[in-house]
Ligand binder design. Sequence first.
Ligand code: BDR
Ligand code: CA
Length: 316
Amino acid sequence: MTRQKILIDTDPGVDDALAILMAHAHAHADVVGLSIAAGNVGLNHTVANGLKLVEVIGADTPVFAGCPSPLVLPAEDAAFVHGLDGFGDTDYAVATRRASSEHAALAILRLSHQHAGELTLVALAPLTNLALALRLDPTLPSRIAKLVIMGGAVTGRGNTRLIPAEFNISFDPEAAHIVFSEWPQFTLVDWEATMAHGVDFSRWDALLAGADARAIFYRSISHKTLLFAQGERREKMLTADALAMAVALDPGIVTKVERRHVAIELQGTLTRGATVVDWEQRGGQMPNADIVLAVDQQRFEAMLATALGASEITPV
Ligand code: BDR
Ligand code: CA
């Protein structure tokens, strides 16, 4: 089987961390780099977290620091979910490795040439780095085999203070607008799919209970998000970026998908950052997004188990 080359644009972030573990643990994937954005917390923390995770995994994946802010307007981070440092404020020992001196947007372009036609680009953060790369070189999509984006809320059930907006899109709507309007075809894993594919708390505990170094580290950094989820009275553990990574690594897990045109609202006072889907195909624009509506939960959870070195978990 040919090995899949994965480039991850990410703002680690607790669910980003799980997605990064999944990509590194996959039997048929090679991670060629982490390009880092600001988002869940500031860039200094997201870069440090990316470096730490690579160290915990024992990989030599290069880490590229990207944009420290959205393209146009400042935005609120998600430290209230992920902790002030984005990794649950556990005071972990900082990684000894450093980030590359190459900017993330330039690294995306270089790697797209180096692995032309082979890269799966998995976007788990606000789309700032990707939009900048696209502005620098609009031919970028022609060299990327597949783009999977975690973002949006396709019927308006978002997770930010602006009710219909999802965090990654809402943090940098202009960047999302550039990517959604200029990338011909991508796969979208949104917040609503995330809500439909939560993990039961008992199974979550079992997944994280092992003695593998990855499980021990992840148990520690995810404790605050677990408390947050329970405080929100959520029925399950939601892990958006892990779901998007599962779809990127194994598209065969998708059981329901709809191809539609999706645009980004930039102006609305109640709706800035919303993903507007032409469900009835009335606008006449070419569909740009394969919207994932459902996946095989058991296969998704099996991928989580592999990423955390967990042996057996109770089947769904
Ligand atoms: C997305 O926002 C971030 O908080 C998560 O890391 C994920 O990428 C979910 O809305
Ligand atoms: Ca993220």
